[in-house]
Write a new protein. Structure first.
Length: 217
């Protein structure tokens, strides 16, 4: 089936942000007297938004999160959004190719302000119309609720079954399922470990590098 809209997740799909997220979470834990967690373990906590990441990090450290933990995490992370975060290899070329053929969108549970800073700082904003970038702190429910994906599809006059969501996590899998959209999962992303591969459907696809997406479209 040909798609009329491709929607990307951000962290773990478009950009490798795991180190910046992990170091920010560990800086927060250190302020609270907790020891550090591994970058890999923090990467597996990403996907449901900053509040859940903070809660999971403190749970893994064996402590209850302080009342201001989320605000502190966001302040730390926003000061270092682009220290190590970069597009995955080949992603810029993929976006340039795809954006010449059809509209692209972003659906992330990351706050919209941070999302735009990452896109601007990495010169990726040029591939996405501003109205087709949705963050996790807007009026619509976060993924895996399908509302954001449905809105992005409506924005370009496409049905959700004419839309493909490209992501790396079980959250993205559930979102595509809920919206009855196409799904492409990035095995290279740091959220892929939790994906129930055995439950993928006949329309679902897996890629090992961004360039593999072009062969599907």
């Amino acid at each position: 089936m040909s798609f009329r809209l491709i929607v990307f997740d951000l962290d773990g799909t478009l950009v490798d942000s795991r180190r910046d997220l992990a170091e920010s979470a560990n800086a927060l834990l250190a302020e609270s007297g907790c020891g550090p967690l591994s970058e890999q373990s923090i990467g597996r906590m990403v996907g449901d938004g900053a509040p859940t990441l903070v809660a999971r990090a403190f749970a893994a450290a064996g402590r209850s999160a302080p009342a201001n933990a989320l605000d502190r995490f966001l302040a730390i992370y926003n000061s270092r959004l682009l220290r190590y975060t970069r597009p995955y290899p080949g992603m810029v070329d993929v976006l340039a190719d795809l954006s010449s053929r059809l509209p692209l969108g972003i659906l992330t549970n990351k706050p919209l302000g941070a999302t735009r800073q990452v896109l601007d700082g990495l010169d990726l904003s040029r591939f996405f119309h501003a109205s087709r970038v949705l963050g996790g702190d807007g009026p619509l429910a976060r993924k895996p609720d399908p509302a954001g994906l449905s809105q992005l599809a409506a924005d370009v006059g496409a049905a959700t079954d004419e839309t493909m969501l490209v992501g790396d996590s079980v959250i993205d899998w559930r979102t595509a399922r809920a919206a009855r959209a196409g799904l492409c999962l990035a095995r290279y992303g740091f959220g892929f470990e939790g994906v129930p591969v055995e439950e993928l459907g006949p329309r679902d696809r897996i890629i090992d590098a961004p360039a593999d997406l072009l062969a599907l479209l």
